[in-house]
Design a protein around this ligand. Structure first.
Ligand SMILES: C[S@@+](CC[C@H](N)C(=O)[O-])C[C@H]1O[C@@H](n2cnc3c(N)ncnc32)[C@H](O)[C@@H]1O
Length: 254
């Protein structure tokens, strides 16, 4: 039996690691990294830097796994993601089979926390169900928590629900009815522009916890342009930007 540790590593800063994550990193023999051949590979470099900062030159290896291409031409989004997950699963498991001795421990570093919009656990699901691998998860600090801390706010109001969604869904469906607090991730198109700004406050953060951290908050109608400008500026300087935001709607009095 081989063990795979899926370790949440926060936003790439060693100070975001929990002690449990540090212990897990030090126990890994081989780290497996899906390489996309794009700007996202800068995050792969950050993961390597993190390991050398925490473990030093210990007795561990990095094995890169070429990430299979995803069909972005289709409108059948869910099916395309399912096919892509299956392809990634095969490649990852084959690579692990080739590089991991029985009894050794594999590590996969998940950005933030693996519980939020991270495919690692889905990709490993096949192995989990066939019983070939023992899987352990170490939680990390998510961009969601970084956002709340940067703005010094609680994401939940007394007795109220919080919804976490994607930019794509926000653009298609707007703020879900009955939910007045929505965290939006994976939004390459600034979907907040399509939301009726009346009574909506936004708490926005980009590169949270990183060297380019930027935050803006205010009435959506008043600060949307400032967010667009700030986002565009980071993107043009670095080539990419990751941002997360909370939309908080006034709750009508009954
Ligand atoms: C694939 S998801 C991974 C989320 C990650 N598992 C987490 O817990 O934060 C990528 C999305 O996370 C958010 N994100 C990741 N890193 C971020 C950062 N440093 N600052 C702001 N948002 C970030 C963005 O919404 C981005 O589109």
């Amino acid at each position: 039996m081989r063990t795979v540790k899926v370790i949440g590593v926060g936003m790439g800063n060693p100070r975001h690691l929990t002690q449990q994550a540090v212990d897990a990193l030090r126990s890994v023999d081989v780290f497996f990294v899906l390489e996309k051949g794009s700007a996202a590979d800068e995050l792969v470099e950050l993961r390597r830097d993190l390991c050398s900062a925490v473990i030093g030159t210990g007795d561990y290896r990095f094995v890169t796994v070429p990430d299979p291409p995803r069909d972005r031409s289709t409108t059948a989004y869910a099916q395309a993601v399912q096919d892509w997950t299956a392809a990634r699963s095969h490649v990852l498991l084959d690579t692990m089979e080739a590089h991991l001795e029985p009894g050794q421990t594999a590590g996969i570093l998940a950005w933030g926390d693996p519980a939020f919009y991270d495919s690692t656990l889905r990709v490993l699901d096949t192995a989990r169900t066939t019983g070939h691998l023992e899987i352990e998860v170490v939680p990390g600090i998510s961009s969601i928590q970084m956002l709340a801390a940067a703005h010094r706010i609680s994401l939940t109001r007394v007795g109220r629900p919080l919804q976490v969604t994607t930019g794509r869904r926000l653009a298609e469906e707007g703020i879900p009815s009955g939910c007045h607090d929505v965290v939006v991730m994976l939004d390459g198109h600034c979907s907040f522009q399509h939301v009726d700004p009346d009574g909506v406050h936004i708490y926005w953060g980009a590169d949270l916890g990183g060297p380019d951290q930027a935050i803006v908050s205010g009435e959506l109608g008043e600060v949307a342009d400032a967010i667009l400008a700030r986002r565009a500026e980071i993107r043009s300087r670095r080539g990419w930007v990751m941002d997360t935001y909370l939309l908080r709607q006034d709750i009508p009095h009954r």
